[in-house]
Design a protein around this ligand. Structure first.
Ligand SMILES: [Zn+2]
Ligand SMILES: [Zn+2]
Length: 238
C-alpha cells in the first residue's frame, strides 16, 4: 500500500498499455441525483479516452423500490437501466460494466461493490436492508469486493474496516467536502485496498477520478480479481 501511484488525469493517456476505468458514475433515471442521461454519459467517457465505465447507481431503500413492483422487479428495473448503458457502450466503443453503490442499515454511508454481475442484484433485491457485516459476508461468498465510498465526506464516518476490502481514497466530487487525505491515512492504517472515482453525477464531474489497469482486463470479474491482488494506479485531479 505504501507505493501507491497517484496520477494526474492529464497524464493518464500517455501510457497506452493501461486503460482508464471510471469506477463511480451515476446516470439519469438510475439515480435521482444524477443529471446526465446514460447515452450522454457513456459518450462523454468514451470521448475522454476512458476504456471502461462502471455504472454505480444508488441501490438504496429510497431509490430502488417502486410502488406496485416486487423487490425483484425493482432490481430488474435497475439492471435494465444498466443494460441500456451497456448498449451505448457498444455504440461508442467503451466497455460499460455493472456496479452498485448502496447505503446499508446503520448509517448514511455508501458502499461500492466491485465484481458483481446483474445476478447479484436480482438475487439480493433487498441488499440495502443488510448490515455492513452481512453484506461483507455475502460478498465473500460471491467473490466480489466491498469498498466504502468517500468515507471522510462531511456527513460520513469511516465504517468497520474488518468488514471492508477497500476504500475509495479519492472521490472527485467537488460539491462535497471529501477529506480524501484523511481517508488515505485511515485506509493505509487498516491495510485496505484503494480505489478512486469521479462520483459522476453531472457534466462538471467528468473524468475527475478513476483507476488505471492493464488493457487486458475486459470485464468486471477480471477487474475485481486484479484489484484484489494488485495496487491500482489512482487517477486524481487535485
Ligand atoms: Zn448520488
Ligand atoms: Zn456515488
Amino acid at each position: 500500500m505504501n507505493n501507491t501511484k497517484l496520477t494526474n488525469s492529464n497524464d493518464v493517456f500517455k501510457g497506452l498499455q493501461s486503460k482508464a476505468v471510471e469506477t463511480h458514475a451515476h446516470t439519469l433515471g438510475g439515480s435521482p441525483c444524477a443529471k446526465v442521461p446514460a447515452r450522454e454519459a457513456v459518450k462523454a467517457y468514451a470521448d475522454a479516452g476512458y476504456g471502461a465505465l462502471m455504472i454505480t447507481n444508488h441501490f438504496n431503500a429510497d431509490t430502488v423500490p417502486k410502488p406496485g413492483l416486487s423487490p425483484r422487479d425493482c432490481a430488474k428495473r435497475y439492471v435494465d437501466l444498466y443494460r441500456e448503458a451497456e448498449e451505448y457502450g457498444q455504440q461508442f466503443g467503451i466497455q460499460v460494466w455493472f456496479g452498485i453503490e448502496t447505503c446499508l442499515l446503520g448509517g448514511p454511508e455508501d458502499f461500492l461493490l466491485f465484481g458483481v454481475e446483474p445476478d447479484f442484484a436480482l438475487e439480493n433485491p433487498l441488499l440495502y436492508e443488510m448490515t455492513q457485516e452481512e453484506l461483507f459476508r455475502e460478498c465473500e461468498q460471491y467473490g466480489c469486493l466491498l469498498y466504502q465510498a468517500h468515507p471522510s465526506r462531511s456527513y460520513c464516518q469511516p465504517r468497520d474496516p474488518r468488514f471492508l476490502h477497500g476504500a475509495e481514497v479519492y472521490n472527485g466530487n467537488i460539491r462535497h467536502q471529501e477529506n480524501n487525505e484523511i481517508t488515505l491515512l485511515w485506509a493505509k492504517k487498516y491495510r485496505l485496498l484503494f480505489s478512486s472515482g469521479s462520483d459522476y453525477h453531472q457534466t462538471e464531474d467528468l473524468a475527475r477520478g478513476g483507476i488505471l489497469v492493464p488493457e487486458s482486463i475486459r470485464d468486471i470479474k477480471a477487474l475485481a480479481a486484479y484489484m484484489r491482488e494488485n495496487e491500482v494506479t489512482l487517477i486524481t485531479n487535485d
